[in-house]
Write a new protein. Structure first.
Length: 82
């Protein structure tokens, strides 16, 4: 069995994730899960149009640049434009 060795550059790759956790920004999976749950509770069909509409509504009311970037990333993901 081969062991992976730690390299000094590994910390740089993990740093943004820990910084994101400090700011209480949800993960993409958490945000999409919340949006899908909201759509289902409203009795609507879950589709790309409904998800994008909810994301745009949330994006319109956002005040921080970090959350704006988060929602833009999700829109790109849903629309297949990553």
């Amino acid at each position: 069995m081969q062991q992976q060795r730690w390299t000094p550059g590994t910390n740089k790759a993990l740093a943004p994730r820990f910084e994101m956790a400090d700011m209480d920004i949800p993960t993409q999976q958490e945000t999409l899960g919340q949006i899908v749950a909201d759509i289902l509770r409203a009795g609507q069909s879950v589709n790309r149009k409904a998800i994008c509409a909810r994301l745009l509504t949330k994006l319109d009311g956002v005040s921080s640049k970090e959350m704006e970037k988060h929602y833009h990333g999700l829109l790109a993901l849903v629309l297949g434009r990553e």
